[in-house]
Design a protein around this ligand. Sequence first.
Ligand code: SRM
Ligand code: SF4
Length: 566
Amino acid sequence: MKETIDWKELSEVEKLKYESNFLRGTLVESLADPITGAISDGDTQISKFHGIYQQTDRDLDKERKHQKLEPAYSFLIRLRMPGGKFTPAQWLKMDALSDKYANGTLKLTTRQTFQLHGVLKKDLKNTISEMNEELLDTIAACGDVNRNVMSHANPAESPFHAEVIHLATQISEHLMPRTTAYHEIWLDKKLVANSKQDEEPLYGVRYLPRKFKIAVIIPPNNDCDVFSQDLGFIAIVEKDRIIGYNVVVGGGLGSTFGMPETYPRTGTVIGYCEAEQVIEVAEKVLLVQRDNGDRKNRKQARLKYTIDRMGVNEFKTEVEKLLGYELQKEKPYKLEKNGDDYGWKKGTDNKWHLTYFVEGGRVRDAGKQQLKTALREIAQTIKGDFILTGNQNLIIAGVNAAEKKQVDGIFKKYGVAPEKISGLRKNSIACVALPTCPLAFAEAERYLPDLITKIEGILNEFGLLKEEIVIRMTGCPNGCGRPYLAEIGLIGKSPGYYNLYLGGNFNGTRLNSLYKATISEEEILSELRTIIADFAKNRNAKEHFGDFVIRKEYVEEIREGKEFKH
Ligand code: SRM
Ligand code: SF4
């Protein structure tokens, strides 16, 4: 029997989820409607749970309107791949699908997976079913459920890499929606008559109040920005094995300009659990959020707000009640950085692993620089893995010495041999923003590379070209490139104008703070020049840029999300 719910009280999406018959909505009808390239409004929400977002090409919107045409609708498809590890065959499949059905590029995201952009409605089903041939799926890549689970990316850095990917996969599978809607709609797997009705034992019919994100890291590398996750696990290594994990809850970065009650928040460490307890801890944290998260106001629905409302102690007590035991006291750990280390490294497995910088995470052929072709040939040549990092980069992993030479040769042949890049560019992230993202106020992916070239000019003047500084840009305050954890954060305000945030730290444990609002490129460069000049002259030995700007009081240190100002 269905519960009685006062729908007036709740956000619209709550009703849509409830009435969707376990995420079916009217997707089948929407896909079959030949009149429009769009799906119905309700289905645009439900499709997210299947990894699909409806978009328009914003570069074309004005012209299409002028011509009285409907917008150029197309779809973004996002994959689920815990830990970001793909086989060469899976890489080749994505490469082929990007040409066959999408815009010819591959986007490596900040959560270690692929996005295809520009897929037309008529091609959605073929794209997803062809992915499935290589065991790739898009289930729960978006929507109010647990999303792609991230984990430490570089096998060369830790002998425990395989163990944490395995854990990320187990968590992802444990927290997957159980509905068969995905298989029915996209893969034509019909339910057997009178078979058991769908059930969602974990999520219930209304799923979670909002998206939910998990990552697993192995210190000293914080490459998944564990403090930005709803739930994070920090591996504790003793006597050559992972004995357990510190548990971090309530990170989250999205916020909205003009709404001070929305803010980025770094997660809080609430204790430690044994390795065997991770799955149940993940489940119980998710359940406490399911039952206590705000379902009236989606802008207050993330776990970070639930925790700030309940208080950390009460939240922890609720989790422990469900667990039936108390979490242990957190164990000491040290984080050194949140970026990737580039180049070839030999792992303890005696295999070679190459971390390759992919600017803005966009894989494409551009003139003489044929990255996409090079990676296709590498995938056809090697037996290793393609691991996507949380910083939009790529690791060609697990190759032997002979293959290593071949990889180098292929990159060279296609004009994309790894170059020496500045410490700033190495540590850069830009979200997608324009032209596909409907929420972007300003450019990010298409603009940050040029802005960095200009800032590099300044750094070069002061002998700081090699200085590692984390810079991140997004086209709006939603935080997809995790800009609030950068030493230099730039967040789009309107076309050509950005808020400049300073003072995040190099290991991703501190939020930055607003330095200047709504400034142009000229002002960004002039403000940064003054601070960089001061940094070159007055920094302490080994002091990072983000720590320097706080010590010199360019900005005040933010200790908790609630102090954050836009
Ligand atoms: Fe994101 C929405 C792209 C990581 C916070 N994000 C979007 C949408 C789907 C826009 C929309 O709702 O229509 C963007 C699609 C743009 C496009 O055309 O591709 C989008 N988000 C991305 C990606 C592709 C950025 C990238 O350049 O890599 C990342 C995909 C990750 C993945 O594979 O799952 C991406 N998004 C993030 C992150 C970073 C992370 O998870 O580590 C965040 C901040 C962390 C967090 O969640 O707090 C993030 N995205 C958001 C939000 C704000 C959520 C909030 O709590 O307020 C939105 C908007 C929303 O949900 O209402 C959003
Ligand atoms: Fe779009 Fe904003 Fe996310 Fe960038 S940060 S991808 S502009 S939602």
